[in-house]
Design a protein around this ligand. Sequence first.
Ligand code: ADP
Ligand code: ADP
Length: 237
Amino acid sequence: MLKAENLQVIYDNKTLALDDVSLTVAPGEFVGIIGSSGSGKSTLLKCMNLLVRPTRGTVYLDERDLMTLNGQSLRKVRREMGFIFQDYNLIDRSTVIDNVLIGRLSYKTSLQSLFRIFSQEDYARAKKALSYVALEEKMYERADRLSGGQKQRVAIAKTLCQRPKVILADEPVASLDQATAHLIMEYFRRANIKKNITILINLHDVALAKAYCSRIVGLKKGKVVYDGKAGDLTDDV
Ligand code: ADP
Ligand code: ADP
């Protein structure tokens, strides 16, 4: 279970980005976070693995209070939560397979990590993850040669290689056309259903959230203004 408790985030001593936000997400849920630009979606998602440290409140993953963990324990917890960015966050000049292997780094010792030493098992997992997003044939292509949708599929493969319990996706389809956005959402759906990965996803497209998420959380000016079933959502949120 992933649980945020009374999160407050104030940037630069002046911008109140999150104002007392609490959220409990059960294993296997597919939660869409919606709200206009600046409502705090990205900040909330980044608090979930402490990419942003809240000024007040805390986050629990399976009973572990993240705010109390030391660096090493926090790294272990972060491995359990894959993070997907709007702009893919790939290494442009590296090949697709090398980008996916980065998902295995959190399983390596610091020396293995420094020299990027991967085992046969790492390669096998990376290939399997690439076949999961139907990109095995692009394995040796440079990441910057791919289309936006393909890049996001690589990012998903990289995250799956990490074997996360939870995927946090920050506007993953905002740069993509409608058809590609649906394709990417389908991959999240499959990861949710087939691998039972809990998904929290920021979306500005409410229709997309309604189509794929089982639960929707609405944010406005840093506060939760809606939390319920996607089907119960009316247009005035
Ligand atoms: P959303 O993802 O819904 O667009 P954000 O979480 O990005 O919202 O932003 C919430 C508020 O916090 C906005 O007013 C934004 O300008 C501000 N903000 C976000 N990130 C930072 C930052 N790193 N430094 C200062 N202010 C920020
Ligand atoms: P499938 O179940 O579709 O045959 P796997 O799940 O065994 O495939 O592996 C596909 C990719 O997903 C691999 O790269 C693997 O590292 C990753 N993976 C496997 N099991 C899990 C899991 N429980 N959670 C997250 N990722 C996983």
